[in-house]
Ligand binder design. Structure first.
Ligand SMILES: [Zn+2]
Length: 1051
């Protein structure tokens, strides 16, 4: 047993016999032992463990992780500053080496030259853009108070930021850097200046410059140096303006003013695809062991395996930086947000260990008396094991008698490795009755399917589609591990202006309908027989599902109610004393006389004005109260919308977005066009792992605390995050603020505790712990930043702010803060260099491209060409997203297919998201987690077309479905089906698409667009490095603008 890897041994689950846990397949527990498998003495673990969960299959390197004795011992500090003294295997474990060295070790990091890839990227990160024109008329910063910067510490001290030692390029006329690097990029030669001469907004419909960059003018002739070329005199800016859209789409760049310029080499600015590729090369396929405090995880795009050794997996918690500044002053100075993005139910890959479930019986989990934190690796046992000091509030607690254990010579409990709560970052406790409503164990949750049977939904064939699907889908309801069938009860309601409830009790020969026409006073007309077990009532339910489409086949009713439908759902759950989820399939704005009646309040004239925000504010009153009722009952609402016109998405999506629910939208629904897309979403939604009636609390160590929460959540006080349901895709972004000074020694610890009801009706506590470093050196903070997490925070905070502030203000704040963060780095962390050089922290070097993309998102861009509902929908979706989702949304993957290697298993390496990267003879797949496009160049090779579409040339490829898209007012030609053909190209493409789809939270409809087709616009708006179709700067312009702002801040 002692030879086995730490996690490879039978887990702790033996204690959960009968708990519905993960005991299946892990063998029988030794009697009398709660955690018997770990009963061997701790020294047994000092043998190098295998380091992988399933050794041969998932061991990419075969390298052992650090011995277990190197993880947190009795003292949490061993987890961080002193980790090196326990980490002999670090040197022999390449996967650990970048982080295996002691985080505080100055000598090591100074002595070692960065690996070659790092050098390259550092060079890339060092930019130099000189000589801007006059100030913009409307600079976001023009009225800002000058930022006070501290004198920068001697750059060689402390922890040199990655950019150091790789000085940026020399601007024109300057001495080359003296630090010994060869002049990077010198071979690139001269290049003309970037196209910075554009003025004014790009499109006709934009009332205000959506972004700063349009507001400033670049004087022709400004020299550009650095990555653009060694020495560049400006006046060569001649030649045609090369905008991103030479075709001149409506609303596109045909209006772009400015002097004609030559193309700038786009390779010269930091590349997201390169950063992703580098991280994959460096850390991909490796085991990420979570035993080091403040360790920065691989990027979300990197493929890695997590081994929990005391900190939560980055799949559950990711931070904007893994080194918090010690003081509030430092935090304020750098303006880098301190936040964690928590996805408490994140899907864990099959080769990683599921969470252990701990049962302390009637006594329940051990908690600190003062701050109520749960037992975790950060508690330090003292006094021979009789007492412990809380790692969060430092309170000394007595160890309960039944929990007592002796300490070893290191001061660690002898049972350290037998108890998940002492050695792991994430685990679950079975909750006692104290954690249940009314001190009663909860009933299993219920799913209620509520189908709008008004004219539109009947006519489109939607009702029939849903009913057919449910017959098989309900057989696949999620069930507790090991359970034979799902404990989730199901119920059915149809409605238009009135509601119909169905009795589907198994004893009935035929389902019975009960009508409620008084929608003002909603009540549930039946209790017995409404919520049933699907297996028991299958015959009656199938009978009902067969009948529903026929019953309403001749309906003329086009009016619907909406709020009373949700009210009915809540009342039904209330009567059944359970939590659950409503699946509402709805078509139109609810105009029927009833509570929550809505009217069309869309007004494009508000776009670009102070009042634009009102378009996104939900109507209060009825919906606000409904949210409260839903939260109190643990009722989550999922809304599937099938609108043909404006539906007031902001209001209709309000309850779902505060109850842990999801909103799906299928405009102009046609079964043959988007039926499959909808069914894929519905299936995934019904089947996904989920918890109910959840309350989340984030506790922190002294010196800082959680101050703000962003997500599909409800807050009735300042600390408890209430979620009627939380599923594997929902993430809550938590912002932290200082309330005191943090110490480098103790670091910053946090614990997320989620109390919830399982799908089987068991009350549990899911705990995620994470420990970060603290430093009084800002360079440490910048070095430990996580760009993907940062952008998630900015997206969510901006999307919430836009409800209360003019969009222009929100955009200005984002740009302003970007410049501040980078200026502070420059001032305090970078080696001295000319002001004309743009120097970006290595960990944030692609932050500007993400930020610029965020500014161009439909919600923030402020264009009258976008539908208000689409913008509101986008906003609601992003609010619930995790880091993976915001990453790919803001920097889509653009995958070249014409060069794909059909014999390879892997997805071709994506290229930068810019028109520059497309080619007439090419074929590209673009995906952003929400949509997928197959773009076909005009000169696409006929044999490729033949292999993929079974037609001889592109000209033979006609649109299968065409329709008028009312939301955008353009004809959208789309072929959404890709035939499955028996050749290598077709198989390869289908395998790429299916592999991408499996990674994403929502199903993506494939849209096939041909170059120069009008539908190409839909595709091009996702080329985020280019100038925005609806406004917004190109990446290059944005970078230049930010650099200018930085220079202003530094003078
Ligand atoms: Zn405490």
């Amino acid at each position: 047993m002692s030879q086995q890897g730490y996690v490879a041994t039978p887990p702790y689950s033996q204690a959960q016999a009968g708990m519905g846990g993960y005991s299946t397949g892990f063998g029988n527990p030794p009697p009398q032992s709660h955690y018997g498998a770990y009963g061997s003495p701790p020294q047994g673990y000092s043998a190098p463990p295998t380091g992988v969960l399933k050794p041969p299959a998932s061991s990419p390197s075969g390298m052992p992780p650090p011995t277990v004795s190197s993880q947190y011992g009795a003292n949490i500090q061993q987890n961080g500053a002193h980790a090196h003294s326990f980490a002999p295997p670090a040197a022999s474990a390449p996967s650990m080496s970048p982080y295996g060295q002691p985080p505080q070790s100055v000598y090591q990091s100074m002595a070692q030259a960065p690996p070659p890839t790092q050098q390259l990227t550092n060079q890339m990160s060092s930019m130099n853009i000189a000589g801007y024109g006059q100030r913009p008329m409307q600079s976001p910063l023009s009225s800002a108070a000058p930022q006070q910067f501290q004198t920068s510490p001697p750059p060689a001290m402390g922890h040199p930021p990655p950019a150091m030692g790789h000085p940026p390029l020399s601007p024109p006329g300057q001495q080359p850097p003296s630090l010994g690097s060869p002049p990077p990029m010198a071979t690139m030669g001269s290049m003309p200046a970037p196209p910075m001469g554009m003025t004014g907004p790009p499109g006709p419909g934009v009332h205000q410059p959506p972004l700063g960059p349009q507001g400033y003018q670049q004087q022709p002739g400004s020299p550009i140096a650095g990555p653009y070329g060694a020495q560049m005199a400006g006046p060569q800016m001649a030649g045609p303006q090369t905008g991103a859209y030479p075709g001149g789409f409506p609303g596109g760049p045909s209006q772009m003013a400015g002097p004609p310029q030559k193309k700038l080499d786009p390779d010269s600015i930091p590349s997201t695809t390169q950063v992703i590729e580098d991280d994959q090369a460096k850390r991909g396929g490796q085991v990420y062991v979570t035993n080091i405090r403040g360790q920065v995880p691989p990027l979300v795009t990197t493929d890695f395996t997590v081994q929990d050794q005391g900190n939560a997996s980055p799949r559950f918690m990711r931070c904007t930086t893994y080194s918090f500044p010690c003081t509030a002053d430092l935090a304020k100075q750098c303006k880098v947000p301190l936040a964690a993005i928590i996805k408490p139910f994140a899907t864990v890959p099959k080769n990683e260990t599921p969470l252990y479930i701990i049962n302390h019986g009637e006594t329940g989990p051990i908690r600190c008396n003062r701050c109520k934190a749960y037992m975790c690796p950060y508690m330090q046992f003292i006094d021979g094991g009789r007492r412990y000091q809380c790692g969060f509030c430092s309170c000394i607690n007595e160890v309960p008698v039944q929990y007592f254990q002796h300490l070893d010579h290191m001061g660690r409990r002898m049972d350290l490795y037998e108890r998940p709560e002492l050695s792991l970052g994430s685990y679950e406790f079975i909750a006692t009755l104290d954690y249940c409503k009314n001190n009663k164990p909860p009933n299993p949750p219920a799913y209620i399917f509520m189908i709008d049977v008004s004219y539109n939904n009947i006519k489109s064939g939607l009702v029939k589609l849903i009913c057919e699907e449910l017959k098989t889908l309900l057989d696949r309801l999620p069930k507790e591990e090991g359970a034979e069938s799902s404990a989730i009860k199901v119920g059915f309601v149809t409605y238009n202006k009135i509601l119909h409830f169905y009795n589907v009790k198994s004893a009935l020969a035929q389902p019975q309908m009960m009508v409620v026409s008084d929608v003002a006073e909603m009540f549930v007309p039946l209790l017995d027989g409404f919520l049933v077990n699907f297996q028991e009532s299958q015959a009656v339910i199938n009978n009902l599902l067969d009948q529903i489409p026929d019953m309403f086949a001749d309906t003329n009713e086009s009016e619907t109610v909406f709020a009373p439908v949700m009210q009915a759902g809540v009342e039904a759950l209330k009567a059944a004393e359970c939590s659950g989820k409503l699946f509402i399939f709805h078509s139109s704005i609810p105009t029927a006389e009833a509570p929550g009646k809505l009217k069309n309040r869309d007004d494009k004239k508000l776009v670009g004005t102070e009042k634009e925000k009102t378009l996104f504010q939900p109507q209060r009153g009825v919906y606000e109260q409904l949210t409260k009722d839903c939260v109190a009952q643990g009722c989550c609402v999922d809304l599937f919308l099938f609108p043909n016109q404006y539906v007031d998405m902001a209001t209709m999506g309000d309850v779902p977005s505060h109850t842990g629910g999801s909103v799906y939208k299928y405009s102009n629904f046609q079964v043959e066009v988007n039926g499959q897309h909808f069914l894929n979403d519905l299936r995934r939604d019904v089947e996904k792992s989920i918890g109910f009636d959840a309350v989340m609390r984030v506790r922190t160590g002294t010196g800082f605390r959680a101050t703000d929460f962003f997500g599909a959540v409800h807050m009735s006080n300042t600390t408890d995050v209430e979620m009627p349901a939380v599923d594997c895709d929902k993430a809550v972004t938590v912002e932290f603020k200082h309330d005191d000074t943090l110490s480098e020694e103790s670091g910053a610890v946090m614990q997320c505790a989620l109390l919830y009801t399982t799908i089987g009706g068991q009350r549990r506590l899911r705990i995620h712990n994470l420990s970060l470093n603290c430093s009084s050196q800002l360079s440490e903070l910048y070095k430990s930043c996580e760009t993907d997490a940062l952008i998630n925070f900015f997206a969510k905070s901006a999307y919430r702010a836009m409800l209360n502030q003019p969009l222009k203000t929100v955009r200005d704040i984002l740009v302003n803060q970007t410049a501040h963060m980078l200026a502070c780095y420059r001032k305090n962390c970078a080696s001295p260099s000319a002001a004309s050089q743009l120097i970006l922290p290595d960990a944030m070097k692609v932050f500007p491209v993400y930020m610029n993309s965020l500014l161009k998102t439909p919600s923030l861009v402020g264009s009258t060409e976008l539908s208000t509902d689409d913008r509101a929908f986008h906003r609601l979706m992003v609010m619930a997203m995790g880091v993976e989702e915001t990453q790919v949304l803001l920097y889509p993957r653009l995958i070249p297919l014409h060069t794909m290697d059909v014999s390879s298993e892997s997805i071709p390496a994506p290229v930068r998201c810019s028109e520059e990267r497309l080619s007439e003879s090419g074929m590209f797949l673009l995906e952003n987690g929400l949509s997928m496009f197959l773009w076909l160049g005009q000169a696409c090779p006929p044999d490729l077309i033949q292999n993929l579409f079974n037609v001889p040339s592109l000209g033979h490829l006609t649109a299968e479905g065409s329709r008028r898209d009312n939301c955008r007012g353009v004809i959208v030609f789309q072929q959404t089906s890709l035939p499955v053909l028996d050749n290598a190209h077709s198989r390869k493409l289908h395998s790429i698409i299916s592999s991408i789809s499996q990674q994403r939270a929502t199903s993506m409809k494939l849209l096939i667009v041909k170059q120069k087709d009008r539908a190409e616009m839909l595709f091009r708006q996702h080329l985020v490095e280019d100038k925005g179709l609806h406004g917004g700067a190109s990446y290059m312009d944005f970078l230049c603008y930010v650099h200018r702002e930085i220079r202003q801040l530094l003078t």
